[in-house]
Design a protein around this ligand. Structure first.
Ligand code: ASP
Length: 562
């Protein structure tokens, strides 16, 4: 069966009898004439119905979204619509058949729909009839095809790994699958261990488009089950992986959406990202870097004492933007919700306009900061806190300002590799060190010899890839030395009994000739969300879970009978 657009744009069909299948999109009566738009996934065509046609009344009363077959003659149209592929033709109706009648739909099946997200998710099969959703899903299919083609050309081997896997102490976010006798599988959070074992087997170049499952706090860019492009390579270093991923993304962006990415991507140390943007996934489509302006306040008697105890003044300037009072209030509220206690915001005329330090800071100081930095216009946010907290607060202000003012980025796609991560971070909730990435990440060579006492300070051979302020992937060079792996478990407070029980097979596998290896996983849903400029990851997944992690269409999770 040919699609509507294939049939109606084939010149050989002009002035010939044709037949199409599709859903009724729109019916309008103009005097004695009816125009009908009939659509399928390829697009729509206009059907012309004359008063004399014996189906005139019946077709007019057929509800929208009914599936019909239309027989008629394909003709050139008088008034051409250049916006759509079939805008130069129409079908003069001879007869039509109702194949399947539609009830009134719960929301409008069109790009600008009146349906709230909950109702769209409940009737997802109808939501997926909207052409904007179909475009996203088709783009997803194309992207995945292009990725596969590229990787196969690079002699990568596509291997499926299990979804039912082993629950571990490090898998707090795993979904458990109960079996009988109190035994459990856990759903794979990632193919990490399997792909490393495939390197021991000698496959050398692995990839998989893998479903992963994580029971984590949900956000607009997170789903309990998601798809990642998972890669592992033997005998490589970080440089090789950066090149490999840049080559892949350059190729598939060009093929899928016609965008030629500039490579190599920027690289930034984790520490610099935190210092300059207060964030480990900075959006480099914008400037607005955080800077230290403490010295301007050193002589101020209110602050000098606290400054000598280590508190600092840090600031960002949102240049060229005079933020109006309503937006300023929104940003300040956001900053306070993020822990800001001592905040000043000032506009370019060097007057303090608002904030909790109002009245305590001399206008002259603000003028000096503007002058020293050669700022001409803009809004300056200053925060007084310990350096780490200030960075986080100003980073949050930076993101909120970009969002609230809808500031255009310098480029459409802003990639950056974040490198030189710490291997561990201290978790207050768990009262122990946890891995920043995962426990199989190798420390940098200089730090692998550190004694157990100092090992928690080790730096990692890991990297994240960030696009427009979203982490779209991460990976590392892996530990292949069992002594180092044991030291990692020790810092993580996983005792010998536990790691032997849970990861003993991995340690044993590494005793049979393991090649050095490393890899990465790229979140395809998030990548697609950014490529399609969607508001939520849910708009690029055919059947996503709702914002609270449920399936509103099937009404699950649900209770089961005994
Ligand atoms: N397995 C890791 C993840 O899913 C990625 C990697 O290290 O390759 O985040």
């Amino acid at each position: 069966m040919k699609s509507i657009i294939e049939t109606c744009t084939n010149n050989e069909n002009l002035n010939m009898p044709i037949m199409i299948f599709g859903w009724i999109k729109k019916t309008r009566k103009l005097g004695s004439i009816i125009f009908l738009d009939v659509y399928d996934i390829s697009g729509f065509v206009q059907v012309f119905v004359d008063e004399k046609n014996k189906f005139y009344n019946e077709i007019y009363s057929t509800p929208k979204e009914t599936l019909v077959s239309i027989k008629g003659t394909l003709k050139n149209r008088k008034s051409i619509n250049n916006e759509v592929p079939s805008g130069h033709v129409e079908i003069i109706l001879e007869s039509f058949n109702i194949i399947s009648l539609s009830k009134n739909t719960p929301f409008l099946i069109q790009d600008e729909t009146d349906g709230l997200e909950e109702i769209r998710l409940k009737y997802r099969y109808l939501d997926l009839r909207r052409s904007s959703m179909q475009k996203n899903i088709i783009l997803r299919s194309n992207l995945i095809q292009n990725i596969r083609e590229y990787l196969h050309r690079k002699e990568m081997i596509e291997i499926e790994t299990p979804i039912l896997t082993k629950p571990t102490v490090e898998g707090a976010n795993g979904y458990m699958v109960p079996l009988k006798d109190n035994l459990f599988f856990s759903l794979a959070q990632s193919p990490q261990i399997y792909k490393q074992l495939l390197m021991v087997s000698g496959f050398m170049k692995y990839f998989q488009i893998a479903k992963c499952f994580r029971d984590e706090n949900l956000r607009l860019d997170r789903q309990p089950e998601f798809t990642q492009l998972d890669i592992e390579l033997s005998l490589v270093n970080e440089e090789y992986i950066f090149n490999f991923v840049e080559g892949l993304l350059k190729n598939v962006f060009l093929k899928t959406i016609g965008v030629d990415l500039k490579t190599p991507f920027r690289r930034m140390n984790f520490d610099d990202a935190m210092e300059l943007y207060g964030n480990d996934k900075p959006n480099l489509g914008y400037g607005y870097e955080i800077f230290n302006c403490t010295r301007h306040f050193e002589n101020n008697t209110i602050f000098s004492d606290l400054i000598s105890k280590g508190k600092v003044f840090k600031a960002i300037l949102v240049n060229d933007f005079l933020i109006n009072n309503t937006d300023l209030k929104k940003i300040e509220k956001f900053a306070k919700d993020n822990g800001a206690k001592s905040l000043i915001s000032c506009v370019f005329d060097k007057k303090i306009v608002d904030g909790s330090l109002e009245g305590k800071v001399d206008d002259q100081i603000i003028k000096n900061i503007f002058d020293e930095n050669k700022f001409k216009s803009g809004t300056l946010f200053i925060d007084f806190n310990d350096g780490f907290t200030s960075n986080k607060i100003l980073g949050a202000i930076r993101n909120a300002t970009i969002d609230i003012l809808k500031i255009e980025p310098e480029a459409r796609f802003n990639f950056v590799w974040i490198v030189n991560w710490p291997l561990f971070e201290f978790s207050k909730e768990e009262n122990r060190y946890v891995s920043v990435h995962h426990p199989f990440t190798s420390p940098v060579e200089e730090d692998s010899g550190k004694s157990t006492k100092d090992f928690h300070e080790a730096r990692a051979r890991s990297y994240d890839i960030v696009l427009n302020g979203f982490e779209i992937g991460g990976g590392s060079i892996r530990i292949t030395n069992n002594e180092i792996q044991k030291k990692v478990f020790e810092v993580l407070k996983i005792n010998e009994d536990t790691y032997k029980k849970e990861f003993g097979f991995l340690l044993e596998a590494f005793e049979y000739g393991v090649p050095p290896h490393g890899g990465i996983a790229i979140g395809l849903d998030r990548l697609l969300m950014l490529i399609t400029n969607s508001n939520s990851i849910r708009d690029v997944i055919a059947f996503p879970k709702s914002s609270s992690g449920t399936d509103l269409m099937m009404n699950s999770p649900s209770k089961v009978t005994k």
